[in-house]
Design a binder for this molecule. Structure first.
Ligand code: ATP
Length: 284
């Protein structure tokens, strides 16, 4: 296997839980894993298991607990001496993030939403006045073409479907030159057909452009269709790291507890062939 693009060692995240006096809540508990360049990996786990917190830590939106470990992307560390590395802006440029919420400015056209992705290289005034060079516009259209949205470049973002808006978010990551894509439940609020288009784009990019993908998902069938490997979280701990094909009914029970039945039934609606893999869960 090639050298890891993303390497995580023993990271933890503790939140102050204000609802219960001064108690602390360990949302991510001593997690370690690595992902090689070009891999597509599914991040699975029940609601509240820590997937979003982990993704937010990997892109530097959430700080890891002091002294709890390390995160490196392409051999560059996000943290040095418990602080963000001086190179954090450069490292962040190599990481594209797609969230469940579309995060586009609905009143702006699609191309401007993509160009906002190069904001790190421009002054705020240039961005607000939409002062982009011809070369930047051409590059943005190329990225939109890669996600199948070139013809929609001058349409208002608010007129796009949810799945199209997710693909604009992917085009934005492409324009930034990101080599690592982190997607946090990117298809959770989409119908099956739009979800398929978004996953086709995410997976196609890892195949065609050698990008690396970590995607959190609720539907096992989507993980099985697009990813060879899965990471599984339960109560903040990483309890599974292996082939998606080896996620037996027993392992799903470990991951999802009493929700395993519901997760498999939801996936079955998208992919009826699940009945062959999980007959016991589906007939329960
Ligand atoms: N800012 C915060 N302050 C306090 N607790 C938090 C905060 N963010 C997350 N948590 C808690 O950490 C735990 C993990 O949350 P997280 O959102 O990472 O789970 P998840 O696996 O992504 O869930 P879902 O699939 O529902 O999005 C939850 O119990 C959540 O309430």
């Amino acid at each position: 296997m090639s050298a890891p693009l993303l390497e995580i060692k023993n990271i933890s995240k503790t939140f102050n839980n204000h609802s219960f006096g001064r108690s602390k809540y360990l949302a991510v508990d001593d997690v370690s894993f690595s992902i090689a360049k070009g891999e597509s990996v599914a991040l699975l786990g029940a609601s509240g298991s820590g997937k979003s917190t982990l993704i937010r830590m990997l892109c530097g939106l959430e700080k890891i607990d002091p002294g709890s470990g390390s995160i490196s992307v392409n051999d560059r560390h996000l943290y040095e001496d418990n602080k963000f590395s001086p190179q954090i802006r450069e490292i962040r440029k190599t990481i594209g993030v797609v969230f469940q919420q579309f995060n586009l400015v609905g009143q702006l056209d699609v191309i401007t939403n993509v160009l906002i992705g190069c904001v790190a290289n421009k002054s705020l005034t240039d961005v607000l006045l939409r002062r982009f060079t011809e070369a930047e516009r051409v590059a943005a259209i190329e990225c939109l073409d890669k996600v199948g949205l070139g013809p929609q470049a001058y349409q208002r973002a608010s007129t796009l479907s949810g799945g199209q808006q997710q693909r604009v978010a992917v085009a934005r990551a492409l324009l930034r030159g990101s080599t690592l894509l982190l997607a946090d439940e990117p298809v959770a609020s989409l119908d099956p057909s739009s979800a398929k288009k978004v996953m086709d784009v995410l997976f196609g990019l890892t195949q065609d452009l050698g990008m690396t993908l970590l995607v959190s998902l609720h539907q096992i069938s989507i993980a099985q269709t697009y990813c060879h490997r899965a990471l599984g979280m339960r109560k903040g701990r990483m309890i599974y790291d292996g082939p998606v094909a080896d996620l037996t009914a027993h392992r799903l029970q470990d991951l999802y507890g009493s929700d395993a039945q519901e997760i498999v039934t939801d996936s079955y609606l998208i992919n009826p062939s699940m009945s062959e893999k999980y007959p016991t869960l589906l007939s329960a």
